[in-house]
Design a protein around this ligand. Structure first.
Ligand SMILES: Nc1ncnc2c1ncn2[C@@H]1O[C@H](COP(=O)(O)OP(=O)(O)OP(=O)(O)O)[C@@H](O)[C@H]1O
Ligand SMILES: Nc1nc2c(c(=O)[nH]1)N=C(CO)CN2
Length: 178
């Protein structure tokens, strides 16, 4: 069984439709979907604001490379073409972590580098996994306490399956058994 944290981002075209495409494309492997945030760009500052969200996925037969390939397939589906590093894109799917896997292959760096500094990833991740730990960096709540989150604004619009903390399903089924 592998469990991954995927970060979704879009700042070109119908941004919300792009994030929806990603969540519906992932389908039954989705365990939790964060709220959607509008975030000021980092990296290249002169570009439109992004919509960002985080999705927790789980599947018995998908390894870290499999999650990367699924993300890239969704990026292609969104019409994304390879463009400038940190530049505008219809859909970006980053594999943030896969269990405790570490990788220094440039095609699949794990945990995804930069995560510890990116409020646009950590804020939605905390919504779905408040006690999550970023391997090599520590609890995400502690990382967030050191970051400026003023450019990260929660929207009221939600994605399919949203507002489910990764723990809710487990709690829900426990309640159901009682
Ligand atoms: N954990 C990862 N998740 C997604 N892509 C990764 C990861 N590690 C390495 N890559 C590689 O990164 C490349 C895509 O980079 P991309 O152009 O999307 O970078 P970026 O989103 O602009 O910048 P950043 O990677 O800093 O967010 C692909 O070749 C992919 O194989
Ligand atoms: N706020 C924000 N800024 C970005 C993002 C992103 O997802 N959110 N993605 C980028 C390309 O990887 C570059 N800059």
């Amino acid at each position: 069984m592998s469990r991954a944290v995927l970060s979704l981002g879009s700042n070109l075209g119908d941004r919300l439709a792009m994030l929806r495409l990603a969540v519906t494309g992932l389908g039954s492997v989705v365990r939790a979907v964060s709220p959607v945030y509008e975030t000021a760009p980092w990296g290249v500052l002169d570009q439109p604001d992004f919509l960002n969200a985080v999705v927790i996925v789980e599947a018995p037969d998908v390894d870290a490379w499999g999650w990367l390939r699924r993300g890239q397939a969704l990026e292609s589906e969104s019409g994304r073409v390879r463009e400038a590093r940190w530049g505008p894109r219809t859909l970006d799917v980053d594999v943030v972590t896969v269990d405790g896997v570490r990788s220094d292959d440039p095609e699949l760096l794990l945990p995804h580098p930069g995560t510890a500094d990116r409020a646009s990833v950590l804020v939605p991740w905390r919504d779905v996994e408040p006690t999550a730990v970023l391997p090599g960096h520590g609890p995400i709540a502690a990382l967030l306490a050191t970051l400026d989150t003023s450019g990260v604004r929660r929207l009221t619009t939600t994605l399919p399956g949203a507002s489910t903390s990764a723990a809710d399903g487990e709690r829900g089924s426990e309640t159901g058994r009682r």
